[in-house]
Write a protein that binds this ligand. Sequence first.
Ligand code: ZN
Length: 377
Amino acid sequence: MLLEDLRKLIAFPTVSNRPIRALASHLAERAEACGFQVSTYEDPQDSTKVNVVATIGPEDADGLILSGHMDVVPTENQPWESDPFCLSERDGLLYGRGTADMKGLIACCLHACDQIDLSKLTRQLVLIWTHDEEVGCRGSGLLAKALTESPRRLPTECLIGEPTDFQILHMHPGHVSLRIETRGESAHSSKPDLGASAIKAMQGVLAVCTQIEEELKSERRLEEALERPWVAFNIGQIQGGQAVNLVPDHCEILLGYRPLPGDNSTAVYDRIKQGLETLNLPKGTSISTSIRTLSPALMTPKGLALQEALSKHACVHELGAASFATDGGNLASLGIRSLIFGPGSIDVAHKANEYVSHDALLKGAKMVEAVIRERCL
Ligand SMILES: [Zn+2]
């Protein structure tokens, strides 16, 4: 029951800052009932966060991965016309947080698995449901790490069912966030010569970052595919000092940049570090840098068998680029090549009154069923 499945998924309020275990258990049980072997991977730092990997069919035959994230973005302070965690249908549209991004596709996968005799699969079918995608693809990052440490055989092609209005997307930029701290020595502002200002040291850091931001803007690549064909860069937060009459001993900035498809994720980070090494820092101050989150960019080659299977259901025949990051960047580190394709529109995701149309959901379920039959039967 497609709608019933979606209703249940939406009712789990799996906003990224809340536990996800209950939904993970539901999806694990749902997969087991279809005959899948299920493994769960717990976040080593937070036992309420779990990734689910369910497999069925012969492992030695390369088949298909279907993947989606279980978490959703917050709903507070948004003008919802109905309870965001209670699926409601109005004029053929199904409203609720996650209907488009991306519990709709998860429901389509469950429904498709119910329609097929999975004991007859000749190639492996795997479901990967991740946590914390919306906060820097953290769940898939942890899963990729766990699977690198204890490898298992998985198919090499993956459908990530983000809402793309049935256009196949094969690349997207990544996102890397950094913290840069400067430290100095505190002193009373009447005797500033006894201290060392961390804010003055930060001025140099800001100058280096601004210079790199300008350089990146001029290094345009992939102009035909991307709306913004350069590494976007943003210093998003700054904090420093304690009082107007104290020389500040600490200042920090948080900044993010978006590596282009095919880029090494840490190339810009290395460039910033090199730039900072050339700074003439005020005496008594120092700088430290660290990566906070890292979701790699995605660049899947054209011509996968999965692309051929999806193209029969695509509204647009050109392969496109997503503006948003997905779990595909992390899965690529395991040799998994992902295409992004699914019902619903990214334009309604993350907003009040998020919806997927009933028709698109039905089409999604038929699409998943057809793709499993084509790739795994
Ligand atoms: Zn999403």
